[in-house]
Write a protein that binds this ligand. Structure first.
Ligand SMILES: [Zn+2]
Length: 229
């Protein structure tokens, strides 16, 4: 698999803290180590991510933002931005599209990593919405007369490559044999989500990445649907 060498800046768009680590973080760690600048844009702070009803969503959100920053640090991510939309209620609205478009124009990524919104039976509404808004905002960001008030004299921004994770239509595989451990180390930072289960989760992730890599001769791989724009 030839590495696209035109990628300098990468934006990862997810619905919740831990989406990148559960989805594509060995690729993130590998690309960061190659010198690519990686930024995260998380649309919610995962405030419903607790089964303990005594934990107020605001408390959960604060903890999960800290965990996400620690995980990102583990991977060499440059900056983490939260848009603070309510967890579990995310919708692909025009307002959210405008905001995500604005961040794309600010970060100027050559490539975006996002959730595949077209995966069938993807039951979490936030994952569907986050994937769709990412694609719609990528389209908007390159147009002169969509949200023109954001441009302030600058040109619109054209993302060249989109890599969708959690896909069932993979056509791009990243060899992550050298960075799978970093992904698991980053996941372990999400204490509120993996508490006491990181060994089992790590094993599961290794097994899945091994299976993904098998046909290509990689020890471990992550799979994406690649869209070249
Ligand atoms: Zn999620």
């Amino acid at each position: 698999m030839n590495e696209p060498d035109t990628i300098q800046r990468v934006l990862v768009i997810g619905a919740h803290p831990d989406d990148p680590e559960f989805g594509c973080a060995a690729t993130v760690a590998k690309w960061a180590a190659m010198g690519r600048r990686i930024d995260y844009l998380l649309l919610t702070s995962g405030d419903k991510g607790s089964h303990d009803s005594s934990k107020h969503p605001g408390v959960v959100a604060a903890q999960r933002e800290l965990e996400q920053r620690a995980a990102a640090c583990e991977l060499g991510v440059h900056e983490v931005t939260f848009l603070h939309y309510p967890d579990g209620l995310l919708e692909n609205t025009l307002e959210l599209r405008r905001q995500v478009c604005g961040w794309i124009r600010r970060f100027k990524p050559d490539a975006v990593l996002a959730i595949d919104p077209f995966r069938r039976y993807q039951l979490h509404p936030d994952h569907r919405a986050a994937g769709m808004v990412a694609l719609d905002a990528i389209y908007a960001a390159r147009e002169w007369y969509i949200f023109p008030e954001q441009l302030l004299g600058e040109e619109p921004w054209r993302v060249n490559d989109v890599y969708l994770f959690w896909t069932e239509n993979a056509d791009y595989w990243e060899d992550v044999s050298g960075s799978i451990d970093r992904r698991i180390a980053a996941l372990s930072q999400h204490d509120s989500q993996v508490n006491g289960r990181i060994e089992a989760i790590g094993e599961h992730i290794r097994a899945a990445a091994q299976e993904t890599g098998q046909a290509l001769g990689y020890t471990f791989a992550e799979a994406f649907k690649h869209i070249r724009l």
